[in-house]
Write a protein that binds this ligand. Structure first.
Ligand SMILES: C[S@@+](CC[C@H](N)C(=O)[O-])C[C@H]1O[C@@H](n2cnc3c(N)ncnc32)[C@H](O)[C@@H]1O
Length: 230
């Protein structure tokens, strides 16, 4: 085969395209996407895929997630750490309905979160971690983000906890300084609104001022951004 202008020449056959795909990563992602179907939460395959790619390429020692819920974003990251054979993801979650509704403005959100069986969600995740043999790569702290002891030298930070203005802002203020220079911060639900009020704006503005934004994803039910720690 002779490609003069490689960038602008499409593969001649589907087979040529397929053999260019990194098959180990593709197989890992298919397995993760299958397991995600039985996990509670909201992480999309697209977001999981990007988190997996970051972990496979950066080979982090420490990943931190604020807001674990049923592990839909934590478990894909743990699978990627397992594939690397090193690193740990710390997952901080209160699994407490009183904490979940703190600062919430919208009545329907308050009702949903205060009626949710948080313990059932938590135990469902714990069973899944055992079943998937991911225990060596995960450390769960059941506490609030504000009360959790500091973790330093974080390579990747995923903020997906309480989305009230005050809590989201305090999450970035507390945890972003703990991220290594060059580390990655992913803030979820950037377009979250309560009674029409965009609650994540203060957190986003602070991130924009102190870090370098590299990516933003915006769709109707999914919005998140990625920043690099300067
Ligand atoms: C949106 S869910 C996380 C979803 C999960 N990351 C996913 O992708 O499926 C938010 C979680 O934050 C937790 N949470 C709420 N307020 C918190 C706080 N102050 N500290 C720690 N966790 C909190 C809730 O218990 C809930 O499980």
């Amino acid at each position: 085969m002779y490609y003069m202008d490689y960038e602008n020449v499409h593969p001649l056959s589907h087979y040529e395209y397929v053999i260019q795909v990194d098959s180990d990563t593709a197989i890992l992602k298919l397995k993760v996407f299958e397991e995600m179907k039985s996990l509670e939460g909201w992480c999309s395959e697209k977001k999981a895929s990007i988190l997996i790619d970051y972990i496979l390429s950066k080979k982090p020692d420490r990943v931190l997630e604020i807001g674990v819920f049923g592990g839909k974003s934590l478990v894909p990251m743990a699978f990627a750490l397992q594939a690397n054979g090193k690193g740990k993801i710390f997952g901080i979650d209160s699994w407490d309905p009183v904490v979940s509704v703190q600062g919430m403005l919208e009545e329907s959100h308050k009702i949903w979160w205060s009626q949710l069986d948080h313990q059932k969600i938590k135990w469902g995740l714990f069973r899944k971690i055992e079943q998937l043999k991911l225990r060596d790569y995960i450390e769960i702290w059941q506490t609030t983000s504000e009360n959790a002891p500091l973790i330093s030298e974080i390579d990747i930070l995923h903020i997906d906890g309480n989305h009230s203005e005050e809590r989201a802002y305090s999450d970035v203020l507390k945890w972003v300084p703990m991220v290594k220079k060059g580390g990655i911060i992913l803030l979820n639900d950037m377009n979250w609104s309560e009674n029409g009020y965009l609650t994540m704006v203060s957190a986003i503005e602070w991130l924009d001022e102190t870090c370098h934004k590299i990516f933003e994803f915006n769709e109707l039910y999914e919005s998140w951004g990625i920043w690099v720690k300067l």
